[in-house]
Design a protein around this ligand. Sequence first.
Ligand code: PMT
Length: 403
Amino acid sequence: MFAGKKVLVGISGGIAAYKVAEVVSRLRKLNVEVHVAMTKSATEFITPLTLRSLSANPVYVDLFDEPKLWNVEHIALAEYVDAVVVAPATANIMAKMSTGLADDFLSTVLLATRAPIFLAPAMNHAMYHHPATQENLTRLRERGIKIIGPAVGFQACGTEGEGRMSEAAEIVERLDQFFSGSDCLKGKRALVTAGGTQEPLDPVRFLGNRSSGRMGYAIAQVLQESGAETILVSAPTDLPTPPGVTRVPVQTALEMYEAVLANFPKMDVVVKAAAVADYRPAALAEQKLKKDGTNRTIELVPNPDILAELGQQKTSQVLIGFAAETENLLANAQEKMLRKNVNLLVANDVTKPGAGFGSITNIVSFLFPDGRRIDFPQMSKLEVARNLVSEIANLLGRNKGVK
Ligand code: PMT
């Protein structure tokens, strides 16, 4: 139940601060008790008076203001609330949280609270992709902090990219799900495959593909957040394991085959987002292959089709396949869906900019064996994952989706 909960809305200084008025107002409409803490910079973008009027509570800015309710307010507030959401979360506040800095009211509450923390990052896309920001985000995620967005699109600085704050409705919905629907897959077991398999030729070379693992990792994250006990069978990637997910590292298609088949009978859901090599070199050279100036031919032998095998062994499992196509997207995807006996097939045309291998976004269609099809616009892989997990919940007869 979300109604009756106490939420602290933290606002740091970015242009998206104006959107937070809507977050507060939506929370109030859901009968949530809202408190607001702002950084000094945030007050340049939206006034404390606006937030006080919308939240119907005093607004905290300065550590040394006259107490409004409690003696040691930042500690009392940190212990009082059921959740904290920081929106917009600037690169600066995330860096402070990552290193444990507490030099104003908001950062002090963030350090003192034991309540779950949600961050809605918002910043210029170059700042968002800076390694320092990404490292901070990884560290915060590993501490269990939940990240909402950011979305991709037009930015106040006049550019396009990832770094736009998620819409107020989405932020409030994530909080609502956390309190009322986050366990829609509770008691279920899920397995996701991610990344591109590597098929060794010699001790230093392999045949591989451009999969970054992002799509599969996002799906594993959302499944776990929805209450499913989640295993991630992962080909090599640089991505951190989502909190709570059990990662089983593999390198080759054969290793992935073994890991997936061994777990399959216990699973309720399997999502095959990995890009699995269809062939592997027939022989593995023991020593590094030497250059001799002549042409070489590599003999390849077929790998097992893991998804097709699962489709044959399937009993009650919900089985989700992907199709990475470069031509005739829907016809090829339809054929794969039927041949591999899946409950839902996610088709992506990997030639489109912003879709498929390596990108942070994807453009997908969901195809169902009963002929239904849902086409989605370009969205972050996390948003694709949310839509997919919502369909998985429906297929399992769990009606509360997680979008
Ligand atoms: O990892 P990212 O950079 O985020 O990129 C995401 C993605 C493009 C890899 C992902 O969205 C995607 O499309 N994954 C499937 C890639 C793929 O191998 O597609 P396919 O059409 O070749 O295979 C169809 C399905 O069969 C897939 O579910 C695949 O996992 C499975 N398969 C394929 C071959 C094989 N030997 N065994 C399999 O299980």
